[in-house]
Each structure stands twice: as C-alpha cells, then as structure tokens.
Write a protein that binds this ligand. Structure first.
Ligand SMILES: [Zn+2]
Length: 451
C-alpha cells in the first residue's frame, strides 16, 4: 500500500514535472511571440509583377496582407491549408506525377515571429517561406475564377475536407526502395502535385536555390496548373483505374505544357525556374519564349561551344517529356498572341483551352491504348512502350476538335510550326483545313520511337 502510494506520488510528481517542463517550453516559444489577430499583415517574399518581364521575374521582400488567414497558429486558408514536416511515401512510377503515396504525422506549422508596426516579421527561414507560400496560394485562389474560369469551391470539392493541402518539407521515403527506380529522382524534384489527392509537396530546400522554390510563384502556379489539368482533362479527379492508360510520356508532356502556360497566365513570366537556379542549362530549356527547338529538331543534341551559350541552348532540349511540354506551352502562347489574346486577354484564351480540354478525354480514351504496348523487361517488370508522335497527334486533335472555331486556325499553324511531323495531315486536316502541312513523314506511325 505504502509502496503504491509512493509510486502514485512519484507518478504525480513526474506528471507535474512533465507538465511544468511542457508549459515552460510552451512559454519559451510564446513569451517573446507578440500577440496578433486578423487581419494579418506579414513580411513575405513575392513576385513583383511591375518589375518583372517575360524572361526575368523580379522577386521582392515586403509587407503583404494575408486576407485569407484567420489564425496565425494554423495557416489554413478558405481553400487550402499548409502542413509542416511529416513523412511522405511515394511511388514515382509516373515521373513527376507522384502516385500511391501516403502522408504521416505532418503538423500544424509553427510560425515564429515578432511584430513590428503591426506587421508579422518571421524570425527564421521556414516561417518566412511558409508565410510566403500562404500568400502565393492566397493569390492563386483569389484570381482563379478571373484567370481560368474555374470556381475555387468546385476544384477543391474532390479534396479531403474540401481543401487542397500543401506539405512543406516532408521527409520523403520511397515505396520502391530496393528497386533501381527513384529515390534519386525524387530528390531532384523540388515541388510536386499529387494528382488524385489534390495535394502539393514542397521538398526540402537546396543550397542551389536563389529565390526559394517554395516562394517562387512561377513554380507554385505551375504546380497548380497540374491541378487545372486534372480538373479539366480528368473530370476534376484523376482515377487510376480509369485513367492509367494516360500514364505515358506524351500525356505527361502535355500536362507539363499546360502547367507552364498556366504559370505564365498567372505571372506574365515564361522563365519558370530561372529565378530559382543559378545553373541555366537545363532550366533554360523550360523557357518556352526563349527556346526555339522544335519536335523535329530537338533530337539534335550536339552542343558545340560553351554551355553558357544561350543561342545554342535555344535549339537544344534533353529534358524528356518536359521538352514536349515546352513545345505545347509555346504553341498556346504564340497562337494566343496571333489570335489577339495578348496581355490580360490571355486569361480568356486559357478559359477556352480549358473548356476544350474538358471534352478531350472522351475523344482520346478509345484511341490511345492502340498506340501503347506493354513489354516485359529484365529488371523492372512490365514497361509501357508508346508511339509518342501518334499519341501526341491524337491529343492535339482531341484538343482542337472541341476548341472555339475562331481559335482553330492560329493554333493549328502554331502547332504545325512547333510539332512539325507530329501534325499529320490524316489526323488534322478536318480540324485544320487552312493549314499547309509541310512535313509528312510517310512511315512515321509505323515505328515506335522515343522522341
Ligand atoms: Zn510539372
């Protein structure tokens, strides 16, 4: 009995000590944290559109209103919420489009700040970036209907709790740890969109970044572009059983291209990664306005001369299906201008493209599997081999056939200029009656080729 009492007493004292320590720790973290209530103003990193040009984004640090923030201790907006840390298990079978993932133990962000003249001043890097991410997503959702025609509550309706979640710097584990695939590939990713889950992931920071990827509106708007591709092409929710047929490079490429174009719509900037990375070679290839390679020219990889030679780099692309995306984004950009949708009119152009994309899957589904084969490989099981030019051609047909009549001719011309032999007359003469097809490789579709 005595012993029991003493044990209980010991327990109580432990609990008291623990509680005391816990409260003391809490006090430590809050004693110098000034009290603040909405409406919030915070010091964030943001894109200064007034100083940016097409090829050169300009980022600034400054005070911005976080009008969509109700509680600084949660970082929840109306349509999104930010989670910090946690573990992410991924299956990178779809390249940058991660699938079959799960999250664990992410926590409510811990923003450390002080107040100066009523403005929240972040005390450390993570706090600055998470506040900046909040601001950028507030801007993305705030302009969503105006820029894209998509209503915010519609696009989040298929997300958990009707909110998209943004995971800041989770620890990434690989489902296929023992296979040759992809830990290293994941490490290369800097931000990703998890289609089917309506979640964004912002990976651990890198010493190579200038403007941090997480605070780069071009990158976040690009990732949001994948959400718009899912919204329009996949009927607002990617369904693996139904849509697995589209898990192929040409469709990944078109998804990337739309995402680049959406990024441009939001920012007016075509150089999406240039502001974040010092080494230009790979990232310059993503700039659809500066590069000049075409589908038929980009296989030519020989670069003579300096790697910093921007003229040579314009005609070169080795970025896999991202190169197809650059061609698609460039086609949309050029055609929007020749059709008179320059400047702020570009929003209307995107709306018409998204409207057509909404109908494209139904056109494409019965045709696409014909041009994809599965083969057994020694190491990694079944692999898909796809006739890239044929599937690209069909995708572009499916987009054109439902497009606003007044836009077809210019987009056809621009697609022929950039995709060349892909735009086969047999597929496109019906939707592109005014265009002369200068290239027509007779046996193009007889071969399965990697571009
Ligand atoms: Zn992407």
């Amino acid at each position: 009995m005595v012993s029991n009492i003493s044990t209980d007493a010991l327990r109580i004292s432990k609990i008291v000590i623990c509680c005391f320590l816990f409260l003391w720790t809490l006090c430590l973290s809050c004693s110098d944290q000034d009290k603040v209530s909405p409406p919030y103003k915070a010091y964030v990193m943001y894109l200064d559109k007034s100083k940016s040009t097409l090829g050169t984004p300009y980022y600034s640090l400054g005070s911005k209103e976080l009008t969509d923030l109700k509680d600084i201790s949660k970082l929840d907006g109306t349509y999104f919420s930010i989670r910090e840390g946690g573990t992410l298990e991924v299956d990178t079978s779809g390249g940058a489009f991660i699938s079959a993932e799960k999250f664990e133990k992410g926590s409510t962000p811990n923003i450390r700040y002080k107040l100066k003249d009523g403005v929240i001043i972040p005390k450390d890097y993570s706090s600055l970036i998470m506040l900046s991410v909040f601001y950028q997503f507030q801007e993305i959702f705030g302009h969503l209907e105006e820029y894209t025609g998509v209503i915010p509550r519609d696009i989040v309706s298929t997300a958990d709790n009707a909110r998209m979640s943004i995971w800041y710097e989770p620890v990434v584990t690989d489902k296929h740890e023992n296979e040759s695939s992809s830990s290293s590939e994941i490490a290369k990713l800097n931000a990703a969109y998890l289609q089917g889950n309506k979640q964004f992931v912002l990976f651990q920071r890198s010493s190579l970044e200038r403007v941090p990827i997480s605070a780069n509106l071009s990158v976040l708007a690009h990732e949001f572009g994948h959400a718009l591709f899912e919204y329009s092409f996949y009927g607002n929710k990617y369904n693996h059983d139904r849509d697995e047929v589209f898990e192929i490079d040409p469709i990944f490429g078109m998804n990337e291209g739309l995402a680049d174009y959406v990024s441009f719509i939001y920012t007016g900037v075509s150089n999406i990664l240039g502001s974040s990375f010092l080494f230009a070679e790979d990232y310059m290839q993503r700039d659809f306005a500066q590069t000049t390679f075409t589908y038929d020219s980009m296989k030519i990889k020989a670069i003579k001369g300096s790697k910093d030679d921007t003229e040579l780099l314009k005609n070169y692309c080795n970025g896999g299906y991202y190169c197809l995306g650059t061609l698609f984004a460039r086609s949309l950009w050029e055609a929007s201008k020749t059709s008179g949708y320059d400047g702020e009119k570009r929003y209307e152009y995107l709306k018409k493209v998204l409207s057509s994309l909404t109908k494209a899957r139904d056109v494409l589904t019965p045709m696409v599997s014909e041009f994809t084969d599965r083969i057994e490989t020694e190491n990694s099981g079944t692999q898909k081999i796809v006739n890239t030019p044929k599937v690209l051609s069909l995708f572009l047909y499916a987009l054109l056939v439902n497009l606003d009549e007044s836009l077809k001719e210019n987009l056809c011309s621009s697609l022929v200029k950039n995709f060349g032999s892909v735009m086969n007359k047999a597929d496109h003469s019906g939707v592109c009656p005014h265009v002369t097809f200068s290239v027509n490789r007779v046996n193009l579709y007889d071969v399965y080729e990697d571009f």
